[in-house]
Design a protein around this ligand. Structure first.
Ligand code: GLU
Length: 292
């Protein structure tokens, strides 16, 4: 009798959470592959049935998405992706991470090369013309990385005289913003496809500074003790979103619901503390998701 009641309760609970069967345990993450019931024809249903997913992220950004010796990217964006994938009932070892440098993020989503993008991806109106954003799940701000001994560059105005070069990444918001502060874009703004190449150019003396979000730069500072510093305070706001297909409102809602759950249950903070949080940036209060 007692057994029957417990079994009945378990069944009711499973139904409440839309769960119909359980699969194997993912050894690496502890996550369980689960068959869940999602709306027929939804992206969530398709992905759950496939038990496989492609996620776009960065491979060169310490603290957010950095592919190191493990061969798998690691960082806050990677952990946020895992939270979403777990909610889809897919084990973390079924994620294929696809490198999505700044310039190709919208194309990767539009062309179905990835199912979603988590890649220090600022929500803005121009990008919203081609894709949609869930989130934000973090707010960064643009800053400038210089060599530790540099006292000449203290902010974007340092480029107004025209004698200093700054590097950023093609297709990024900081690359556009810094153009407003230089005397001559053609000679002063150097663009590559990844931030790694910019930092190498700073090391080699081809540029005087690298500009992008503070948290990305803090990752490079942390990885190279004593070598670099931030030039001054942040000078923009960069709310990070998760990029999905423009028309896929249901998937966006699912991700927003998952983020809110992760804010409430501590998994979002845990993801931060174990990654970018080690590099001196503040997490701040959980951002309000924008269900536009
Ligand atoms: N958050 C900015 C952007 O989305 C800069 C970082 C990046 O390039 O990923 O463009």
């Amino acid at each position: 009798m007692r057994f029957t009641r417990v079994a009945a309760l378990a069944t009711a609970t499973a139904l409440t959470f839309g769960m119909t069967a359980c699969g194997g345990k993912d050894a690496e993450s502890g996550a369980t592959g689960t068959t869940k019931t999602f709306a027929a024809g939804s992206t969530m249903e398709r992905l759950n049935k496939a038990q496989a997913i492609k996620v776009g992220t960065k491979f060169d950004q310490p603290g957010f998405g950095l592919k190191g010796l493990s061969g798998k990217p690691e960082g806050f964006d990677v952990e946020v992706a895992k939270i979403i994938v777990k909610e889809l009932g897919i084990p973390a070892d079924k994620i294929t991470f696809v490198e999505t440098p700044s310039k190709i993020r919208e194309d990767a989503i539009v062309n179905n090369n990835v199912d979603f993008v988590v890649a220090t991806y600022t929500i803005n109106d121009k990008r919203k013309e081609r894709i949609a954003f869930a989130g934000p799940y973090y707010e960064a701000g643009q800053n400038i990385l210089v060599k530790a001994a540099d006292t000449a560059i203290t902010g974007p105005d340092a480029f107004k005289a025209g004698d200093k070069k700054v590097c950023s990444v093609t297709g990024s918001t900081p690359a556009e913003k810094i153009k407003e502060s230089v005397k001559d874009v053609a000679t002063q703004v150097v663009l590559f496809d990844t931030y790694d190449k910019c930092v190498a150019a700073l090391d080699g003396g081809q540029v005087d500074a690298v500009t992008t979000d503070n948290v990305i730069l803090l990752g490079y500072i942390a990885k190279n003790a004593g070598k670099y510093k931030l030039a001054g305070p942040n000078f923009t706001k960069e709310p990070y979103g998760i990029g999905v297909k423009l028309e896929d409102k249901a998937f966006r809602t699912f991700i927003n619901d998952t983020l809110e759950k992760a804010y409430a249950d501590g998994s979002w903070k845990k993801a931060w503390d174990g990654t970018a949080g080690k590099f001196g940036a503040e997490l701040g209060a959980a951002p309000t998701v924008n269900r536009y």
